[in-house]
Design a binder for this molecule. Structure first.
Ligand SMILES: [Zn+2]
Length: 265
């Protein structure tokens, strides 16, 4: 049950917002950082086999530059960028992946279904069809190994047909946590609500298995990501990381999406 004394706020990114504030590139786990603005961002995961980018914002130069600058600000070498993991075939997630592939030799991972969708992007969407090739099509239930780091990929159709969600291992002050990234947050007019619901149930079970105790979202306006990152930048040792929610806290977060299904039905 959510807080009844509080008027609930809607969790919807305002894609038409004119003035978007940029969040300073922020490391918020020992090996995980955020780069982006209040509407859309991406995650930089450092592994012993190179750096993995999870989603890469909008397909425009501003975003590509923001990512490059983010690496600099975090004192990371963008030449170590080994892979981009794309959650689904919408432009605000696949961004300029092709540019990174061409410039830095980065491998691109996404689902074949959404790749084909984005190759033939319907005109009603504001993005051009993608023009890059993919190095690995994601498989349901696959473990993506980057040295010692293993990202678990789960096919969660609904938001788009080929949408993927991920379980990402991180550490905070050395303690191990598992973050969930729910791949397609909103229910769109052409989303399949029944698929969306079944994917939620499926992903909840995976999160149980992995003892997921926190979440990250590429649209930080959905989960107060920016506010929590602001806090992190001033956090002192020993104070709990606001991205670590615990099992129960994570389940409350999941409930947002179950409620979204109820409202959409
Ligand atoms: Zn989307």
């Amino acid at each position: 049950m959510y807080r009844s004394w509080r008027k609930s706020k809607s969790l919807k990114p305002d894609f038409n917002k004119k003035e978007v504030s940029i969040c300073p590139a922020t490391r918020f786990f020992d090996q995980l950082s955020f780069v982006g603005d209040e509407i859309v961002g991406c995650f930089i995961l450092e592994t012993d086999a190179g750096i993995v980018l999870i989603d890469c914002m909008n397909p425009d130069e501003r975003c590509a530059h923001m990512i490059e600058k983010g690496f600099q600000d975090l004192e990371l070498d963008i030449n170590d960028l080994c892979a981009i993991l794309i959650s689904h075939g919408h432009g605000d997630h696949y961004g300029m992946a092709g540019y990174f592939k061409e410039t830095y030799g980065t491998r691109i991972y996404m689902s074949e279904t959404d790749y084909n969708f984005a190759r033939n992007m319907p005109e009603r969407f504001p993005w051009n069809p993608i023009d890059f090739t993919v190095d690995l099509f994601l498989q349901d239930g696959e473990d993506l190994r980057f040295g010692e780091t293993v990202i678990h990929a789960v096919h969660t159709p609904g938001h788009t047909e080929g949408c993927f969600s991920f379980v990402i291992p991180v550490t905070d002050e050395g303690r191990v946590h598992h973050m969930a990234l729910w791949g397609g947050s909103g229910i769109l007019p052409d989303s399949n609500i029944s698929d969306y619901y079944h994917s939620l149930v499926k992903f909840s079970a995976v999160c149980d298995r992995y003892h997921v105790d926190g979440e990250i979202a590429t649209h930080p306006c959905l989960d107060m990501g920016i506010e929590r990152l602001n806090l992190i930048r001033n956090l002192v040792d020993g104070i709990p990381n606001p991205f670590v929610l615990g099992r129960e806290g994570y389940q409350y977060y999941e409930q947002i999406f179950y409620n979204m299904v109820k409202q959409a039905e």
